[in-house]
Write a protein that binds this ligand. Structure first.
Ligand SMILES: Cc1cc2nc3c(=O)[nH]c(=O)nc-3n(C[C@H](O)[C@H](O)[C@H](O)COP(=O)(O)OP(=O)(O)OC[C@H]3O[C@@H](n4cnc5c(N)ncnc54)[C@H](O)[C@@H]3O)c2cc1C
Length: 419
């Protein structure tokens, strides 16, 4: 398959763009592979890419029940950052951010990664303290973070309502300048194309309906396109984790599936050149390169497998956006959609060998698995290839919930997160 380059663009332009090859083959399932990855989202595709690239394991299939880009990887608000408090989380997400910084070159695909900065606003002195604590933890780990005062916030995002009459006056904020956004479906397509170039079979319209067991081990999957044998099976199905793992007989996991909505406005001229999150409610907003304001808020708050949400959240999110940026009040909402997020009980992910022999699990991404895509694929590939976690995902084991050693980023104690 040809490299994407200025030369190939010119050559194809001169021949009427009739000779581009599909970005990946429409592979038919073989009888057996070394590794089968269930789920062709960002994490499954990234895992296949790094299995081949980093570990030389190319006899791999990614089995996807729908189409590439149809899950959360193509449904999110695309925020990429590593501004976490706990060392287990910030080291992992920082490694992911470093992979993002070289991703377009690695994949030979423009994922439109834009380091435009993510600013978390603070509206109370206590919130400023919390931001200072998190920023200090990040800086101590070598991760960029800046605590901005009110005037610096005003200069960084001039469109914010900084008036005395603002409903929740802004006192300052925590800025990570290397954070930003990427084009979500390009990430799926880029990883799919790169994995395919390594020889990985990407099998769409192929739903996993069961697991094959042999001598007490998982030895493959049953699918709507027949049985596929494998030495190792990795599950990376995000919001469908409980459903898929139940087919392997695992019916208790610290995961709940919820719908999370995203919203896009009509396109505007450039109005917001960074990502801003509200501190007095749950809202995150940016502007896409096409001009639409992209924003989202809380979960809808009930368990579902429907990829659509409800009007109360639309109202809530729109009112929070208005509280931050009253000037956006006349902008029309163009579209919205929902995705199925896999909420773990402590807000941190799971990347582990097990819970059954021959089976490997990648889940628990909550609101934030898009930014983890390269790091998660890299660590999951390591874990599958070597049968042991990398130092970066050692803490993301399942048994932390049994041991009471949860990675509680929100500081909510031994309680599940507010969802
Ligand atoms: C509205 C919204 C906004 C978000 N915003 C952000 C954000 O700004 N930043 C951020 O970092 N994260 C964000 N996220 C979270 C992020 O999108 C997810 O955590 C991440 O994409 C999940 O990993 P994935 O890409 O592998 O999932 P998916 O793309 O959902 O992949 C899982 C795949 O598994 C497939 N599958 C399921 N069951 C089966 C089966 N039985 N057989 C075969 N295949 C199966 C599905 O069809 C799907 O394609 C957001 C999520 C949503 C919904």
């Amino acid at each position: 398959m040809a490299e994407y380059s200025i030369v190939s663009i010119m050559r194809n332009a001169m021949s009427g763009n009739r000779h581009w090859r599909p970005a990946w083959r429409a592979a038919a399932p073989k009888r057996a592979y070394d590794v089968v990855i269930v789920g062709g989202g960002g994490h499954g595709l990234a895992t296949a890419h790094y299995l081949a690239k980093e570990h030389g394991i190319t006899n791999v299939a990614v089995v996807e029940k729908g189409w590439i880009g149809g899950g959360n990887v193509g449904r999110n608000t695309t925020i990429v950052r590593s501004n976490y408090l706990l060392p287990e989380n910030h080291h992992f997400y920082e490694w992911s951010l470093k992979l993002w910084e070289g991703l377009a070159r690695d994949l030979n695909y423009n994922v439109m990664f834009s380091q435009r900065g993510v600013l978390n606003l603070a509206h109370t002195p206590a919130q400023m303290d919390i931001h200072a604590e998190r920023g200090n933890a990040m800086r101590a780990a070598g991760i960029d973070a800046e605590l901005l005062d009110r005037e610096a916030v005003r200069a960084f995002v001039p469109r914010l309502d900084m008036s005395e009459k603002a409903r929740f006056p802004v006192l300052g904020g925590l800025l990570q300048r290397r954070a930003g956004t990427a084009r979500h479906d390009a990430v799926a397509w880029g990883f799919a194309r790169a994995a395919d170039r390594h020889g990985v079979d990407i099998i769409e319209n192929c739903e996993v309906t069961g697991f094959v067991f042999e001598a007490g081990r998982v030895a493959g999957v049953e699918t709507t396109r027949g049985e596929i044998r494998a030495e190792k099976v990795g599950v990376a199905v995000a919001g469908s984790t409980s459903e898929v793992m139940r087919k392997a007989g695992v019916d208790r996991l610290p995961i709940e599936s919820h719908v999370l909505q995203a919203f896009v406005s009509e396109p505007l001229k450039p109005a917001l050149d960074s990502v801003v999150t509200f501190g007095a409610g749950h809202l995150y907003a940016s502007q896409s390169d096409k001009g639409g304001l992209v924003f989202g808020g809380d979960l809808d708050g009930f368990n579902t497998y429907a990829q659509r949400g409800n009007l109360p959240v639309v109202e809530e999110v729109a009112s929070l956006l208005m509280a931050m940026f009253p000037s956006f009040g006349r902008v029309r909402l163009l579209r919205s959609w929902g995705g199925l997020v896999d909420m773990s009980m402590d807000g941190s992910p799971i990347i582990t060998a097990g819970p059954l022999p021959g089976l490997y699990l990648n889940s628990g991404w909550c609101y934030g698995g898009f930014k983890a895509t390269p790091g998660s694929g890299w660590c999951f590939a390591w874990t599958i290839a070597r049968d042991e976690p990398h130092e970066l995902n050692r803490a993301f084991a399942l048994d932390r919930f049994e041991r009471g050693a949860t990675l509680d980023e929100a500081g909510a104690g031994p309680l599940p997160w507010h969802h």
